[in-house]
Design a protein around this ligand. Structure first.
Ligand SMILES: [Zn+2]
Length: 105
């Protein structure tokens, strides 16, 4: 599945880089909005191009449901050096509640 996405994303990234080059050749200095593979991102002249990242689809260990791991969450986890989440949000909430209930007993 991921292998099928790779060439597609790559082509879109290349397309986006082409747009950035055109943008710069025309002498624009305002940020350029680009359509990324998964989401739109901005290119600001003078700043490095950041490859667009999308949310990841993860499978919950507990209920087996697929859930989305957003880019914001990915950053938060990476910043704290955490491993990717193993459970979906509802299972995580459930666990949190159980833990709190146990603390209050
Ligand atoms: Zn779950």
């Amino acid at each position: 599945m991921l292998q099928q996405w790779a060439p597609l994303d790559y082509r879109k990234v290349r397309e986006a880089i082409g747009k950035v080059i055109d943008h710069l050749e025309q002498g624009h200095t305002e940020p350029l909005m680009l359509e990324g593979a998964h989401r739109s991102f901005y290119y600001t002249p003078g700043e490095p191009i950041i490859e667009p990242r999308g949310s990841e689809r993860l499978k919950c260990w507990e209920c087996g449901k697929r859930f989305e791991w957003t880019v914001e969450e990915q950053d938060r986890f990476r910043m704290r050096g955490w491993n990717p989440p193993k459970r979906c949000e509802s299972c995580r909430e459930e666990r949190q509640k159980q833990r709190e209930a146990w603390l209050w007993e």
